[in-house]
Write a protein that binds this ligand. Structure first.
Ligand code: NAP
Length: 253
């Protein structure tokens, strides 16, 4: 797919990976529908994408809400008259151990609300956005591309029961949808980043982060544009579908 003039939805586009990826696609001539919860971040993202030459519009929507996601994709098609791609990037963390014990006594458990919050945004949100995007793409009768953001943590990671479950689910749904949607000329792929220099990682404990970087063969975090260029590759390579690209500096969890 040539990105020039294509309409791409990016969720979680207000900051971090979503913002950098939106800017990379804008630089390649795409037009952007930018989705986030924070209106201030969205206004800034629209301004930056327009400076990069794109037509950009902002949409405040919670990807975990079925009604809001249905309205979002209907609005995007109404506003732009097209929908060529979507990047299901919005995500959150609520890290914690399954159970924490001291002297044989369980002192803490992962709370159901922390499990549910991550599943709602990182798994259900991806399902809802992909479902609505695919529906619109089929109705528009043009080729489309769906990119889901998984994570290296999909293999299982200490302190991330909720996040690993969601990201493994995202990888599995990607393969399923690639099989189901190929007949409609829709390709589906995922990116599983390692640890990336974004606000999400900036919130990590500094000592833990330093230790983690030491274990990465390339000895550094990824920069967001190193993930963004992977998204551009997936859009541009028409033979790429049903696979998860790992961009992790060689780190295996
Ligand atoms: P980030 O800096 O925290 O940005 C995430 C964005 O998603 C924020 O703008 C946030 O908006 C938005 N968002 C959160 N919940 C939302 C919802 N329910 N509906 C709509 N938007 C929502 O995170 P990031 O590091 O860029 O991560 C982006 C994606 O990459 C996530 O899926 C993450 O799991 C994945 N990933 C990140 C890393 C990493 O090391 N950073 C590694 C592997 C995978 P608000 O700020 O307004 O809440």
């Amino acid at each position: 797919m040539d990105l020039k003039g294509k309409v791409i939805v990016v969720t979680g586009a207000g900051q971090g990976l979503g913002l950098t990826t939106s800017l990379a696609l804008a630089a390649k001539g795409a037009n952007l529908a930018l989705v986030d919860l924070d209106e201030g971040h969205l206004a800034n993202a629209v301004k930056l994408c327009e400076e990069a030459g794109a037509t950009a519009r902002s949409y405040k929507a919670n990807v975990a809400s079925e009604a809001e996601v249905e309205k979002l994709y209907a609005d995007v098609v109404n506003d732009f008259g097209a929908l060529d791609g979507t990047i299901n990037n919005a995500g959150i963390t609520r890290d914690g151990l399954l159970v924490k014990a001291k002297d044989g006594e369980v002192v803490k458990k992962m709370e159901l609300k922390d499990w549910q919050a991550v599943i709602d945004v990182n798994l259900t949100g991806v399902f809802l956005c992909a479902r609505e995007a695919a529906s619109k793409m089929i109705e528009l009768g043009k080729p489309g591309v769906i990119i889901n953001i998984s994570s290296i943590s999909r293999a299982g990671n200490f302190g991330q029961t909720n996040y690993t479950a969601a990201k493994a689910g995202v990888a599995a749904m990607t393969v399923t949808w690639a099989k189901e949607l190929a007949r409609y000329n829709i390709r589906v792929a995922a990116i599983a980043p390692g640890f990336v220099n974004t606000p999400m990682v900036a919130n990590m404990n500094a000592h833990a982060l330093e230790k983690l970087q030491g274990g990465i063969p390339l000895k550094r975090l990824a920069e967001p544009d190193e993930i963004a260029m992977t998204a551009a590759f997936i859009f541009e390579n028409d033979y790429f579908t049903g696979r998860v690209v790992e961009v992790d500096g060689g780190l295996r969890l």
